[in-house]
Design a protein around this ligand. Sequence first.
Ligand code: G3D
Length: 175
Amino acid sequence: MGLFDKLAGWLGIKKKEVHVLCLGLDNSGKTTIINKLKPSNAQTQDIVPTIGFSIEKFKTSSLSFTVFDMSGQGRYRNLWEHYYNSDTLRMVVAKEELDTLLNHPDIKRRRMPILFFANKMDLRDALSSVKVSQLLCLENIKDKPWHICASDALKGEGLQEGVDWLQDQIRMMKT
Ligand code: G3D
């Protein structure tokens, strides 16, 4: 049973669908994370990096899962070409994209929970989740509940903590 099926079971959701958008820069690990969260019989072994916007939709018993990509690759193409390996630049781009997202009218007016994965924590030079949180200025998000988890999507570490938090938030929104 995948994590999201378990989540649905805990929530007692049988009919209502919950849409979860997964947003992140290219190569940040979205496909890998989603694959780990899928029901095990739907997991794919070949992870294809995502390009563009909506790239995958799947349903578990009660949750509708939609994967989006907010890479900003058009706007930042020249920068990517020159500094693709610069984590500092990637954090700047991630912050810009996050700010754009939070200011979008459809996002701004809703009190949706936001779960951040500081992924690839297994890498030697990975920033801590506290540092990532500071660089993204997450403390400025006052009108939505948010949470950040360090994760290693290859091993699946940290994903459960995030799903547990999301489960609590969804449960609170339903009461
Ligand atoms: P995307 O969907 O956000 O574009 P992917 O990203 O899920 O395709 O992941 C991009 C690459 O990062 C993949 O490697 C994937 O295996 C790797 N990756 C994802 N999560 C982690 C992690 O937590 N730690 C490490 N070390 N690598 C991770 P390849 O080599 O297939 O391109």
